[in-house]
Design a protein around this ligand. Structure first.
Ligand SMILES: Nc1nc2c(c(=O)[nH]1)N[C@H]1C(S)=C(S)[C@@H](COP(=O)(O)O)O[C@H]1N2
Ligand SMILES: [Mo]
Length: 247
């Protein structure tokens, strides 16, 4: 029963967020904010935080997994990293942690991993099913040792829109969700540049813009205040997207 209700709440939430993008009237958006708040509280208070997103059969995969947003960080640094096969890239995990990490791609790839075939839903109105492979985020956070004050994780990306860096954030319920992975594989190959090489977040119960590509740093913070525009993500700051994009 609860599971079914959860699915229904989630499905209507996704539809409404899509409409928000299309219509964008102030009243309509205010209504959605209330709805989104209920959606998050409903999921959390019913203890649904660890429900799994639907997984598909490999045969249901989309023929191609399109790229969206930035398709390649337009910087000399990224070009250099890519030319070197990302051997010089590092994933930093810092902020409110007891043991800051600087991991090579090989170290990320040696961490406990998971493979999942899931559907990605973008608010612009398209979906794609892909097979993702990557490091489960929880064990990496455990290795870094989150401090008690940590409440959110901020994902810092290597790409920008104008003078703003792309970034995203999630709470610790999503951070330790078993399907939350740092993906370096898509459809049995190394993840293409268009889809976020060398590492992109999969946070499967949230809409597409939460899935940060081109990650270089994960920062544990107590509050999102003062981080970039303060709303927890690039699109939340500039595009009025909801921080909680649960589906
Ligand atoms: N760093 C970064 N991450 C990003 C974006 C982006 O432009 N830059 N776009 C977001 C949006 S809106 C979507 S729908 C997905 C698209 O993922 P894809 O390129 O693998 O299709 O990435 C998300 N993560
Ligand atoms: Mo998107």
């Amino acid at each position: 029963m609860i599971t079914r209700r959860h699915v229904l709440i989630g499905a209507s939430g996704a539809a409404l967020v899509g409409c928000d993008r299309l219509h964008g009237s102030a009243t309509f958006r205010d209504g959605l904010r209330v709805f989104e708040g209920l959606n998050m509280r409903a999921q959390r208070s019913l203890g649904l935080g660890q429900n799994l997103a639907r997984e598909f059969d490999e045969s249901q995969r989309s023929p191609t997994f399109r790229g969206n947003g930035n398709m390649r960080p337009d910087t000399p640094d990224y070009a250099r990293l890519q030319a070197g096969g990302f051997a010089d890239w590092r994933l930093r995990v810092d902020g409110l942690v007891t043991r800051p990490l600087s991991l090579t791609l090989a170290q990320v790839q040696a961490s406990p991993s998971r493979t999942q075939v899931t559907r990605h839903d973008c608010v612009e109105g398209w979906s794609a099913i892909g097979k993702w492979h990557g490091a489960v985020l929880g064990p990496i956070l455990d290795a870094a040792g989150l401090r008690d004050e940590a409440r959110y994780l901020v994902f810092h990306c290597m790409d920008r829109f104008g003078d703003r860096s792309y970034y995203e954030s999630i709470d610790l319920v999503d951070a330790f969700h078993p399907q939350t992975i740092l993906a370096y594989g898509l459809n049995d190959a190394f993840i293409p540049v268009t889809n976020g090489a060398p590492l992109r977040l999969r946070v499967e119960r949230q809409l597409g813009y939460k899935h940060a590509k081109y990650i270089e740093r994960i920062e544990a913070v107590a509050s999102l205040d003062g981080i970039y525009g303060g709303k927890g993500g690039y699109w939340e700051d500039v595009g009025d997207y909801e921080w909680y994009a649960g589906i």
